[in-house]
Design a protein around this ligand. Sequence first.
Ligand SMILES: [Zn+2]
Length: 379
Amino acid sequence: MTIPFLHQLFLSNKSKKLYGRYISLDHIEPLIEEIGKNFKADVIGSSVLKKPIYSATIGNGPKRILMWSQMHGNESTTTKALFDIFNVFSNSNESQIKQIIKSCTIFVIPMLNPDGAEAYTRVNANGVDLNRDAQSLTQPESKILRQVFNEFKPDFCFNLHGQRSIFSAGNTDKLAILSFLAPAQDDDSSVTPNRKIAMDLIYRMYNALQIVIPEQIGIYDDSFNPACVGDTFQSLGVPTLLFEAGHFPEDYNREITRELIFKSLMLGLDIIGNVSDLGSHHKFYFQIPQNEKLYRDIIIRNVLIDGVVKDIAIQYEEVLKDNLVEFIPRVDSIEVSLNLFGHREIDANFQKIIASSELKLDNEIVYVVINNEKFSLFS
Ligand SMILES: [Zn+2]
């Protein structure tokens, strides 16, 4: 599947009803009704606050893929991409799409944590991070995912998330626009046969995406944490992949990243459907740079503060207000020669600045004035 083909496929199948960062059950329920006309759509259980958790099943082939999104309620980008993909499988007559339907059975949970999605929080309604509940299974949402895993018996798992805007792909100024991980399944991070398959699949997606976002994909470190769902499913012998939708410059609504996730998922399915020796290229996975936390949303350089020149990093806090996510600029750090990169950089040229409130850690700063020029810090 080529990148131009995927771009066209995205443009003609993008779900126009989903946009921006705030995606809750209210947004997706009408779309699930639509999906039900073409695929099997079910309610597989309910959340702490008794909201339905939905699934959709696509295709009827021998390769079984389980994917779930928004286990962290405020990580909505991958959910948007899933609905774009549902449209592809509903509408497209392309042979490559028909081939996936023939070779794969794809079980999708588009919103595992509807309560967290509604409140725009990472955790569920009991304040539990579902991605730390894989062993104790204390929460209804965790139990549902585990039950699906046990009954569906996947050959592959795709664990779909969104990451903060702070990551660089390696110790460089390259952004990690997307990240992946083939989670470990033991304390030694052993490269087991199922992990090799996950690594190879990640490498092949990474490789195909180089022409779109060269060197801007990272992998997370693979220290083992059995409380995480990916690590648990990997340890049960199923090749499991973590997908992380990251930040593209100025794309705070994550609409560009949405397309990149769409492309990754379609590539992943196409590779699973067509490649018979998955695992053979796993060594190349280790060439992918490891994520570092070298980015902040804004950096104001060379600010004269009490006679000392310092850099100020500003990071947005995401706050839900009137059904929209607002990005509140807050002081993240103030240091001499800050060793970080800004998605946006402002140079104060060794002068004093006037800020909308005191320059202090965690304070909200909505504008600064440098040499009589006012800079708004909103996104
Ligand atoms: Zn997450």
